[in-house]
Write a protein that binds this ligand. Sequence first.
Ligand code: GLA
Length: 417
Amino acid sequence: MKKWKVRGLALLLALSLTACASSEPAGTTGDVAATQETETEVTPETTVVPEETATPEPTEAPEPVETEAPEVTENFQSLFAKYDMKAGTCLSDYMITDEKCLEIIKEHFNSITFENLLKPEAILDKQASQDAGDLVVTFNDSTIALLDWCRENSMAMRGHTLVWYSQTPSWIFYENFDTNAELVSRDVMLTRMESYIRQVFEQLESLGYLELFYAYDVVNEAWMEDGTMRDCLWLNTIGDDYIWYAFHYANMYAPDYVDLYYNDYNEQFKTNTLYDFVQTLVDEEGNYLIDGIGFQAHLYTGDNLDQYFKTVEKLGSTGLKINLTELEVSLGTWQDIKPATEENLKIQGQYYYNLIGGLLQMVEEGKVEMDSLTFWGFADQLSWRKERNPLFFDSAYKPKYAYYGALQIKEYAGFDE
Ligand code: GLA
């Protein structure tokens, strides 16, 4: 844990206000998927800055004030290692050139999910596909740079994601890879899907990265809360067994050490749907084609934790692994986002404390097999939900109550004495 120094009143005030102000992005990716599109964007209420703190007095230069962040020796890696779990974060290309990000990532995490750079739109090559008459996978320079960074830093990886309705170019579904032409037949799309999945694993292997991977999200976000399948071009071209085929092909081409996952959001509202659906992902002998269920866990402090734990237990009872794959806890509810007041940040710290503590206890009691928990970032201003202040560090990289809560350090997690 680093200590930070606050030099002078103005800086002290500026720092104390950062927890209340939503900050500008410092390099967000900008190509965030239109996921959870049922959500209404709600602007958080404007935080009122107390007048007396807004303009520091220009009197004598004050003595430097030094405050220290509490000394903690725990980090996410060390905490989760006690439960044989990896600690993960998402990673974007701008982070590996930012010293502060690197310091945090190396201290806390041993598992990486690329925020965008292994998504279909990042790796499917239109020109090469048209030239070859087959879907062609090409890892671009940014993807290769991040893969290299993970290899150099001994990071384990979750692959994200192969088959998804979003951040997937629509030209892959059309004759001649041309959206002005007709959609291809089921047989052609199955051939393309197989070729695409095969190339991903073959190229990762031949480039020497495959052994970093312990898990891969084969299909992302295919189910709706009402139990129906999401309408998308995979469904429209192949039919409602497209998920089965995606897992069938992934099983053919992925090595055994890569666990194959179905990943989704609002898992606590899709529990029965997912429970029934995963039982259908079996081969002719009845063996699972799937190894795990990814819970995106884009949660809010208003979400019911007991309900969440019940979902973990029920889906864990399928015998499949459960990974939390994109955890962050926004303030409020999705209909009613709360501002980053001291009180709300304390509630967030407590929520993280209870959530992580509860999950670790379930792992310890053998109620769920969870070998990895990934947060969708670590600093609020880098998050796709930055205006909802969902993570551990504020815009000055000061640890929030959420940080101590998630690390199970109760005395700093925002609980009253
Ligand atoms: C979903 C996807 C992620 C990412 C987030 C937004 O959860 O699975 O890959 O796009 O949305 O960052």
